[in-house]
Each structure stands twice: as structure tokens, then as C-alpha cells.
Design a binder for this molecule. Structure first.
Ligand code: SAM
Ligand code: SF4
Length: 459
């Protein structure tokens, strides 16, 4: 089977055909998504084209329902770790672009340890490792060494248990080497699937090669990486085209490798050094953004949806109830930024600047369970085995208990008295939602063992 390609005419045709749907037809589509069956291209297109308020309300309602049914009341937590801001590319929108003049740096292994200590102290167990592209200053060997350093660190209360990696598109050989390090998800944003727009904003450097970037996951999966995370940086082209293209990409991976995206990220363009988002023509309104995330939830019910601190509290609040399953908290988007939350050198401007503890408290107040779980990947439930679990609906019986156990761990090890109380309250309430008696008993037993000092207990 061939590598990923976007058929521009096809995408535009689907969108055109999707325009003419009646309210009755749209309700039929929603009946289907209400049964968690996912959506085909034309159905996704039709919902994207919808302007009827009644339909929109139903989209939100179903998105909330899917989130609850498949993921339960959980929100998975992670934090980015920027290891190097050297970059040979000229992505017009990015603070790390080659033309920006500032003193660039990459972390030494000692500095990595400092950053990871701080992240661990915030309670994080799952990181997204981030770097600009520079084969000399930030070689793959360096990236692999950083991964080793992080996984080797053991703390009183545990360790970083999963490292997702967001580095430039590379060769099958290099992906094999990454895979050998037991990374979590390999994340790469397509930025935009629209070729002309892609070429307008990626003016020089290896990333300016649209096809090479678009086929990165083919190479990653060929190399044996099973969990890949896609994304679009919304603002470069019509969001409807982008969402449909994400669906095409997902289907391509499913057909060719048996499993689609493990996660989809939905970043929106922010201001950055040398770039104002207002210079871009396709910025989304908040309403459009919320709608598109909800439609993604309907379209790919079993794929994790990630929202970063690029969004403010209000948007994040709405979206954790409409489909988002993973959020970052307390993020620094500068190399060495946890040790020194410095001015300048940011890749982009963070909008939600709350601390991780504040985010955890907020999630609990939203009646959801912040989860630091990394069990699936450590139990070998990756790729299609994870999707089987998700599709069987059993994810709730595994993930809910694990989220409660990791929140318990967090509360004992990192939370102040008040937050500890809040965590205990929500654990007590949500544990009642575990349906299987055996699992309920094990979860209660594990909680007691955590209280007595054991750590890292999971199902
Ligand atoms: N350098 C690699 C790359 O470009 O694929 C690795 C990831 S880069 C450190 C992380 C992501 O940040 C990029 O994929 C891009 O989508 C996002 N980003 C860059 N500039 C941004 C901006 N101004 N606003 C929001 N996100 C931005
Ligand atoms: Fe470099 Fe990535 Fe920024 Fe582009 S988006 S300039 S490749 S760090």
C-alpha cells in the first residue's frame, strides 16, 4: 500500500457534497455517532458544514456522552519538556525558527535531571519531549541519551513512566532507534494538510518538504512504533479541510497498519517571537474551535484528544466536557524553563499559566479525576491492543481504577492538606462507578496499600 497522500480534490468534493444536508439527515448521522460507531468522511463533512443550532446542541451533548462512556470522568495529565531550541527550519510561526536571533541552548544531561526533578515534584509521570530540528546540535543520539537519562531517574515516589516524543520527521532507521528506547507515543503535528498553505509557512529547511513530513508516520509505523499522535496547528487553512484530512490520515494508518492515531492534538496558533497570529488568515473563533473538537470526538470516539496550555481556562473547561481526554498542566515551553521560568526564548506564548496543582484542583472541582496513569503502555497495551480495549468499552473498568489509584498516589505524595481532602472526596465518590466487583475490591485493596506506603500499583 502506498504512503500517505492528501487528495485535495477529494477533500474539497466531500465538503461540497456535505453542504446540502437536511436537518433530518443530520439527525440520522448523529443517531449513528450516538451509538459510538464513528463517522465516515461525508458525515464528518456534513457536521462541519452544519449551521443549525439544534444540531450543534446535539453534537455537544453526544460528545459529552461519548467522553463519559468511553473515558469515564477522567482527564489524563502530562507536561512538555523542551530539551533543545536549536532549529534549522524557518517555520514562520514558531519562536524557534532559524531566523530568530537569541542564544540557543540544549540541556546537558545534568540540566535534564534538574528539570525532571521539578516535573516529578509537580506529580507528573508522563512527559512529552520536545525539540527543534537540528541534526548537528540536537542529533538523534542526543535525544536518545536524554530519554535514557529520564527513564533511569528514580525518585522516592516513583519515576517518569512514559515519555512521548515530539521531534522532527525522520528516517525509518531513526524511528527504529526511538522505538528501542520504549517511547510512549511518537507525536508529530502536520501543522496543515493543505499543501500550498504548508509551503507558504514552511519556507526553508527539511520541514519545508510537505511529502516527507506527511509520510512520517508511515516510516514510524514501518519502524515498529505502534502509537502515533497526529495534529493540526489550526490557523493556516480552512479548519473543515484540516479535520477531514485528519480523518483521511487516520483511515490511511488504519488500513495500512491496522491502527489509526493513538491521539490527536488540537493546538491553535499563538503569538510567538517574530510572529503575530493575526498575520494568519484562517484563525478560528472559539465557537468554531469548540465545535470542531466535539465533532472529532464523534468521528473518532476511541482516539485520545489532547489540549495544551495554549488554550485558556474557559476553553479548557468547556472542552474537557466535550471530548478532550488529555491536558497538560504547569507547562513551561522554554528550554530549561522549569528551573527558570524565564522571560523570552519561548516557543510560543502559554495562555493557561496555572500551576499543575491549580489545574488538578480545578479538574476535581469540575467533578473529574485527574489521572497520572501510564499502565497501558507498560502492560504492552499499545497499538491495536489498546484500541481493542477501548472499543470493548472495558477501558472504563481499567482506566477508572487506575486514575483513582494514581490520584491517590498524587494526593499522598504531592498535595497540600486541602487538595488531599478534595482528592479523597472524589475518589470516594467515583470508586462507586466501578461496576465489576472483583475490580472494585482490588482497587480498594490497592488504595489501602498505597496509604501504607506502596507505590505504582495499577491494573
Ligand atoms: N520541531 C518539531 C516539529 O516542528 O515538528 C517538533 C515539535 S515543535 C517543538 C512542537 C509544535 O509546536 C510544532 O509542531 C508546532 O505545531 C507548535 N508550534 C510552533 N509554533 C507555534 C505557535 N506560534 N503557536 C502554537 N503552536 C506552535
Ligand atoms: Fe523548528 Fe519545529 Fe519550530 Fe518549525 S515548529 S521552527 S521545526 S521547532
Amino acid at each position: 500500500m502506498k504512503n500517505m497522500k492528501i487528495d485535495d480534490t477529494f477533500v474539497k468534493d466531500v465538503l461540497k457534497r456535505s453542504e446540502q444536508k437536511t436537518t433530518e439527515q443530520l439527525h440520522k448521522i448523529l443517531d449513528k455517532s450516538d451509538k459510538l460507531e464513528g463517522l465516515n468522511y461525508e458525515e464528518v463533512g456534513s457536521l462541519l458544514m452544519n449551521k443549525n443550532k439544534e444540531i450543534e446542541d446535539r453534537i455537544f451533548k453526544i460528545a459529552g456522552k461519548i467522553k463519559k462512556e468511553i473515558y469515564g470522568d477522567r482527564v489524563v495529565m502530562f507536561a512538555p519538556l523542551y530539551i533543545s531550541d536549536y532549529c534549522v527550519n524557518k517555520c514562520t510561526y514558531c519562536g524557534f525558527k532559524h531566523d530568530n536571533e537569541f542564544t540557543r541552548r540544549k540541556l546537558t544531561q545534568e540540566e535534564i535531571k534538574e528539570e525532571v526533578k521539578i516535573l516529578e515534584n509537580m506529580g507528573h509521570k508522563r512527559l512529552a519531549l520536545e525539540a527543534g530540528e537540528d541534526p548537528i546540535n540536537c542529533s538523534l543520539d542526543y535525544v536518545l541519551e536524554c530519554i535514557d537519562t529520564i527513564y533511569e531517574m528514580k525518585f522516592k515516589n516513583g519515576a517518569i513512566r512514559r515519555i512521548n516524543v515530539n521531534i522532527a520527521s525522520t528516517t525509518v532507521e531513526n524511528y527504529k532507534r526511538l522505538q528501542e528506547k520504549e517511547i510512549g507515543t511518537y507525536i508529530l503535528f502536520q501543522e496543515t494538510y493543505h499543501k500550498e498553505s504548508y509551503e507558504e509557512v514552511h519556507v526553508a529547511g527539511p520541514k519545508s518538504n510537505y511529502d516527507y513530513h506527511l509520510t512520517a508516520f508511515d516510516r514510524a509505523m514501518e519502524a515498529g512504533i505502534e502509537d502515533v499522535g497526529g495534529g493540526v496547528l489550526f490557523g493556516f487553512y480552512d479548519y473543515k479541510y484540516e479535520v477531514l484530512s485528519l480523518m483521511l490520515h487516520n483511515k490511511h494508518l488504519e488500513d495500512k497498519y491496522g491502527v489509526g492515531f493513538h491521539t490527536i492534538s488540537v493546538p491553535r496558533l499563538c503569538d510567538a517571537k517574530g510572529s503575530s497570529k493575526d498575520d494568519y488568515k484562517y484563525l478560528l473563533t472559539d465557537d468554531e474551535f469548540i465545535r470542531l473538537v466535539a465533532i472529532l470526538r464523534l468521528a473518532v470516539p476511541h482516539t485520545g484528544l489532547i489540549l495544551s496550555t495554549r488554550e485558556d481556562e474557559n476553553i479548557r473547561k468547556q472542552l474537557i466536557n466535550k471530548g478532550i481526554s488529555q491536558v497538560s498542566g504547569g507547562s513551561a515551553v522554554t528550554v530549561g524553563g522549569y528551573l527558570k521560568r524565564e522571560e523570552g526564548g519561548n516557543q510560543f506564548e502559554v495562555t493557561d499559566g496555572r500551576s499543575n496543582e491549580e489545574i488538578i484542583k480545578w479538574i476535581i472541582e469540575e467533578d473529574m479525576v485527574p489521572s497520572f496513569c501510564t499502565a497501558c503502555y507498560r502492560q504492552g497495551r499499545t497499538g491495536d491492543r489498546f484500541m481493542e480495549l477501548a472499543k470493548s468499552g472495558d477501558i472504563k473498568n481499567v482506566c477508572l481504577p487506575n486514575s483513582l489509584l494514581t490520584l491517590k498516589e498524587y494526593s499522598i505524595d504531592y498535595a497540600g492538606e486541602q487538595l488531599q481532602q478534595k482528592a479523597n472526596d472524589i475518589i470516594e465518590r467515583k470508586i462507586k462507578n466501578i461496576e465489576d466487583e472483583g475490580i472494585l475490591k482490588t482497587t480498594k485493596d490497592y488504595i489501602e496499600r498505597l496509604e501504607k506506603g506502596e507505590r505504582d500499583l495499577f491494573l
